[in-house]
Design a protein around this ligand. Sequence first.
Ligand code: ATP
Ligand code: MG
Length: 396
Amino acid sequence: MALFGSKSPPPGGPALPGRRVLALGAALGETAQAALAGAEIVAGTVEQLDGLGLADCDLVLIDADAWDAAALAAAVKSLSAAKAPPPVLMVGASLPAGLVRNLLRLDHADILEAPFSDEQLSAAMLALLAAVAAPAAGPASDSRCWAVTGAVGGSGATTIAIEIAHALAAADKGRVCLVDLNVADGAASAYLGATPALRLSEFGPAAERIDASMLQAFATPVSDRLDLLAHPRDAAAFDTASREAVLRVLEIACESYDWVILDVPRHRRPWTLEALAGADEVLVISELTVPALLAARALSDEIEDALGTGLKPRIVLNRLASRMFGPAPSMAEAERALQRKAVAGVSSDWEAAAASVNLGGPIAQHRPKSKIVKDIEALVEKLVSEAARRDATRAA
Ligand SMILES: Nc1ncnc2c1ncn2[C@@H]1O[C@H](COP(=O)(O)OP(=O)(O)OP(=O)(O)O)[C@@H](O)[C@H]1O
Ligand SMILES: [Mg+2]
């Protein structure tokens, strides 16, 4: 993996849809909502702390001034005895030493002295969420990054990027991150039935504050070994998400995961070439129509010339169908039009593709017997073994 050129967190509060915050103290609900837009804030009582686990909520926010200090200290102590307690942020103007001592028994806890701003509250909550989400293992040392892009709209780039990421994770090849770089209206989260949580536009130019823990807070878990980084729908995001923020996310993703699969929009952005230059493979997805094949050939040449690193994009022919269904070019005819060999073909299976997007999840999960799944597995195996051979040659 080459490094993505970048350097530079969110001013204001990042939105974290789907996070559940238990707020103890009547005054906290609205403050927390303003600081952590999109999170689900539930008002609770001190008694609820007993035996509370991460399965119940992602974070506990306590206003120490709203409760009797001795009762609160005892409740926090019992929380620290729980198996996997959620992180706790305690706020207040006067925090007794006994209470603080019990708070410090927790693996993840912090204190914020009143008065504080929404930004301070947001930063403290985010840091705790990130600390819990951060992987226990150290960063992946030798990650691989594959970029997938479509020759024409609708050629199947997102579908193939999802299936590749799922296949790598299912084959136990390490931790995998799928990054949907269509920040305006990417479909990966909808296809996977996942909530997108990466609001790049809020980072502005201050991208260097993005670190591994923060990235984990923005990642949506899809399965055990597969996370998704995707931007919530935002028509202006291509203008407001800075080049620095995009490249920084890619750089940190490559440090944090064994595999990073990029779904790259085909129109060039200020960060496109650097993103592609950081990839080990660029896959251009084409369908079997003459305009798509010509576009695939042109796009691969453009990428190869612009990168000038010797990296040759590889073409994947998607939606291979029996010729019975119309005058589509054969694979050999397609390769003649492309003036190069395709690295792989992926069969057409509309039923499986539709079932997957309608149910939310990879085709391999909902239609494991689909030819698409076998073809993607073959493609992944081919690319993995070629990379292993290249590594072995380099090492010799
Ligand atoms: N091999 C296939 N067989 C049948 N349907 C497919 C196949 N691959 C993709 N599709 C379907 O084609 C449509 C377009 O696919 P997808 O969204 O992945 O394309 P895309 O290249 O990412 O499009 P965009 O240009 O909008 O980003 C979707 O409905 C998808 O389910
Ligand atoms: Mg797409």
